[in-house]
Write a protein that binds this ligand. Structure first.
Ligand SMILES: [Zn+2]
Length: 182
């Protein structure tokens, strides 16, 4: 009986060890997955809030400030033709600011090749600088994205982006102002 008891003890100890090792290995691999972020895109999380105050200007004031195309897209919610903008193929490192008020919106590290002809990002730079609104125009329901400071129209966000967020922020070049990193 004693021998059997020892055998059982050994077996349960072995089982506990096995469970512990399995847990450790699976925890490590989970961490590995979140760090590599899949699909070769780096995991860049939105930075904490950026402090700013809302900007409100009349349509006339914006029209004087912006060129025709920027006014049409930012203030009239227009869309530039694909593959015509300045930044759809820009691979330089830096930050993309709002072309209307220079609020930092997107980091080049989160820009990816979408093939759409518009600059595409999988996450905004800060968690509070890109606002969202339901857009039911053109016979479809989309999510419009706007600059949270000046309400300038940026583009739309879709759910078919790459990992780690699965989001695709499809942004008009003309709504952005690129600031290259020093
Ligand atoms: Zn803005």
């Amino acid at each position: 009986m004693k021998i059997i008891g020892k055998e059982i003890n050994k077996t349960s100890l072995g089982l506990i060890k096995f469970i512990l090792i399995t847990l450790t290995v699976s925890m490590m691999s989970c961490m590995g997955i979140s760090q590599s972020a899949g699909d070769g895109m780096p995991l860049v999380e939105a930075q904490p809030s950026f402090e700013f105050e809302k900007i409100e200007k009349s349509s006339d004031a914006w029209q004087k400030e912006l060129d025709e195309q920027a006014f049409y897209v930012l203030r009239k919610k227009g869309t530039e033709r694909p593959f015509t903008g300045t930044y759809w193929d820009n691979k330089k490192e830096g930050a993309y600011l709002c072309a209307g008020c220079e609020l930092p919106l997107f980091d080049s590290k989160t820009k990816f090749k979408s093939g759409t002809g518009w600059p595409s990002f999988y996450i905004p730079m800060y968690d509070n600088t890109v606002a969202e609104e339901r857009d039911a125009t053109l016979g479809m329901v989309r999510t419009e994205v706007l600059c949270a400071r000046c309400d300038g129209h940026l583009g739309h966000v879709f759910n078919d982006g790459p990992k780690p967020t699965g989001l695709r922020y499809c942004i008009n070049s003309v709504s952005l102002k690129f600031k290259e990193m020093d």
